[in-house]
Design a binder for this molecule. Sequence first.
Ligand code: PMP
Length: 381
Amino acid sequence: MAMPIYMDYNATTPVDPRVVEAMRPAFEEHFGNPASRTHPYGWAAARLVEKARASLASLLGGNPDEFIFTAGATEANNLAIKGVVWGRTGKTCHVITCATEHKAVLDPCRRLARDGEVELTILPVDRCGRIDPQQVHKALRPDTALVSLMLANNETGTLHPLPEVAQICRQRGVLLHTDATQAVGKIPVNVHELGVDLLSLSAHKFYGPKGIGALWRRRGVPLVPLLDGGGHEQGLRSGTLAVPLIVGLQRALELCCSDLECEGSRLAALRDELRRLLLNSIPGVEENGDPQHRLPNTLNLTFRDVEGNALLASLPALAISSGSACTSADPAPSHVLLAMGRTSREAQASLRFSLGRPTTAAEVEKAAELVRAALARLHRR
Ligand code: PMP
């Protein structure tokens, strides 16, 4: 059977062959443990890691020693949220986040709340999935330790007004963490321009390998580690560094950043074409997300007149998702779309198309044709 057309690049991306090539020496000749200080095998591996750290700093801002390598964004988010909360010495502690965050932010926050370690405020969004910075302002309390707000939403592509929120947080001396997993590699990201204190990212979202990510932490932000052990990464993330994956993350980010604008416009044009082909020609289709503040590659549509499961099941030739891949084992409707005011039925009858580097105009046309045919079949039933 021919493989379906892949339009699920927000779930994950293939590793770029140039990234695989860059990783190879770190698997083979430079296999040493960067923590081995007594011989050249260790020194060579340590040099590769430090080169990667310096590259991240030059591409995303910040200092090289502010990047902590993790197993991905789930770990980076957990480290940022639990690390800040556990680093607080005060008695009570308040955390603010948002209803459309990824589970890798919502669940650690909820666990801390359940365990009585924090009081949690989950802010709502508007119909486009955006937060109003004034709501953050109103929710701040004297004991607020952290605001965690994603940069780009994985289901709709909506971008939050992070710099405005950062300004509010800074005025009140509150730390701001952003889960930038879906933004890094797709749009320009700079920790200073955003004004955040902590930022999470993951390589497999931008043509790097799975199992590697990073948390950028502004120097001086108190953080308690999740793992105890050999004291790697300045004691903040013990465990032998995954040198080949770190090199892969570096190379993948360099490649994305070298072509960010061009590729962004190409994807936005393809996304707009897909939108035109589906939205304009089929009745009962509505778009989810912010028309202006959004990622270039993501299109989320609600098909009002059909039943969600039937719709996805009728599109075996398309690899797309309804909601995010991380929760697709869970048949519940998307919490993101519900928070944006969609009913359960509408949320279930929604599809996320996320385009990527290999996506072509022919694929977009074919995808639109497949959706149109599937809808026609479903309507005839
Ligand atoms: N945050 C967001 C916004 C994501 O899209 C994802 C991946 N679906 C994650 C966090 C988790 O990333 P990882 O797979 O690297 O743990």
